[in-house]
Design a protein around this ligand. Structure first.
Ligand SMILES: NC(=O)c1ccc[n+]([C@@H]2O[C@H](COP(=O)([O-])OP(=O)(O)OC[C@H]3O[C@@H](n4cnc5c(N)ncnc54)[C@H](OP(=O)(O)O)[C@@H]3O)[C@@H](O)[C@H]2O)c1
Length: 315
């Protein structure tokens, strides 16, 4: 059997069964999944509020990690027992049949729980930094600074020569220098930048927060909008846009990485896996639950308490 979690109706999931993969052909792999997290995007998908329509016949789950259980004859660079990161959706299940081009090899000693969180947020941070228009030497301001994406933005920013100013909605002892969001945020961000050019703002909150983030920007700056945590429409003073020639760019991970091409995407994930392995992150984990407790796991993920909730897909 191949237990899997599917979307049933808006806000609801059901535990069902996905087809059990047979022997892999040619360039195919049968992957036994180990762990998969519940991300904000999964909650949006369950609620029917995701940016794209997702197939209801495909299990939920934007990311996860697994181990190769069988490989087709044409595959000579992966072996049974190798850890792999599937790049496509559909990870809340026990077994997957995947094309070789749809997985990334992971170093064997990588922690499976942390590796399960490597597919979405590090790549999002990497591509946001790459496409936000900030130049080396610039400052980038980001909100929801306690999030996993923000963790990776801080970690990857030095690679781009960028300094980061963090914004939180409530104080967090782990981020003592973060600024608390509020009406005078632009003034406090300017002061914290110490004369540095604020070339980009990374906003996943939307609503009134977008207006405050846009007002932080230097002339010609770009706001990357990549999330909807407030659930509110954008509120930006039009004068902020016109006075400083600011642009707002919507960002989605999968189209952005598709634009890299197959080789570019593979190179990005190889680089991220190397960064991960060289200095393994310790992203907070609140709970690891079996698929059979999916509703409870999803309720925990919705609670907003710190730490990621993951599935243990082996039981
Ligand atoms: N567009 C894309 O392709 C893409 C890809 C990946 C992620 N994302 C988006 O990036 C965002 C972060 O994802 P993640 O997985 O890194 O998050 P996460 O680790 O689950 O953390 C959630 C974050 O959201 C903050 N938050 C929740 N509700 C908020 C609100 N109403 N106002 C302000 N902050 C709020 C939390 O702040 P507290 O610590 O104060 O609770 C926390 O920092 C999400 O919106 C996600 O959908 C988008």
């Amino acid at each position: 059997v191949n237990p899997a979690v599917f979307r049933r109706a808006a806000g609801q999931v059901m535990l069902g069964s996905a087809p059990m993969p047979g022997a892999p052909l040619d360039n195919q792999l049968r992957v036994r999944m180990l762990h998969a997290p519940i991300n904000p995007a999964d909650l949006l998908a369950i609620d029917g509020r995701y940016a794209f329509d997702l197939e209801s016949a495909v299990p939920i789950g934007a990311e996860g990690v697994g181990v190769v259980e069988a490989a087709g004859d044409a595959i000579d660079d992966l072996r049974v027992g190798d850890r792999v990161l599937p790049l496509s959706r559909g990870n809340w299940c026990r077994y997957r049949l995947l094309d070789r081009s749809d997985v990334v090899f992971l170093p064997p000693d990588i922690d499976a729980v942390q590796a399960a969180m490597l597919r979405i947020n590090p790549a999002t941070a990497w591509l946001l930094l790459r496409s936000c228009g900030a130049e080396p030497g610039d400052v980038v301001v980001q909100n929801a600074a306690t999030s996993a994406v923000a963790h990776w933005v801080r970690r990857l920013a030095p690679t781009f020569g960028i300094t980061v100013i963090d914004v939180v909605r409530r104080p967090d002892p782990a981020l003592p220098d973060a600024l608390r969001d509020g009406d005078d945020l632009p003034d406090r961000v300017q002061a914290a930048a110490q004369g540095g050019r604020i070339g980009a703002a990374l906003d996943c909150v939307a609503g009134a927060a977008t207006g405050r983030m846009a007002a932080c920007l230097a002339t010609g700056g770009r706001l990357m909008l990549f999330g909807h945590l407030s659930g509110e429409p954008l509120q930006v003073a039009s004068q902020v846009m016109t006075a400083k020639g600011i642009s707002i760019t919507g960002f989605s991970l999968r189209p952005s990485e598709a634009a890299l091409g197959v080789e570019g995407r593979r190179a990005m994930f190889a680089a991220l896996a190397g960064i991960h392995a060289a200095d393994p992150p310790d992203l907070p984990v609140r709970a690891v639950l079996p698929l059979s407790r999916a509703e409870e796991a999803i309720a925990q993920a919705r609670s907003g308490e710190p730490g990621r909730v993951l599935f243990d897909l082996s039981c």
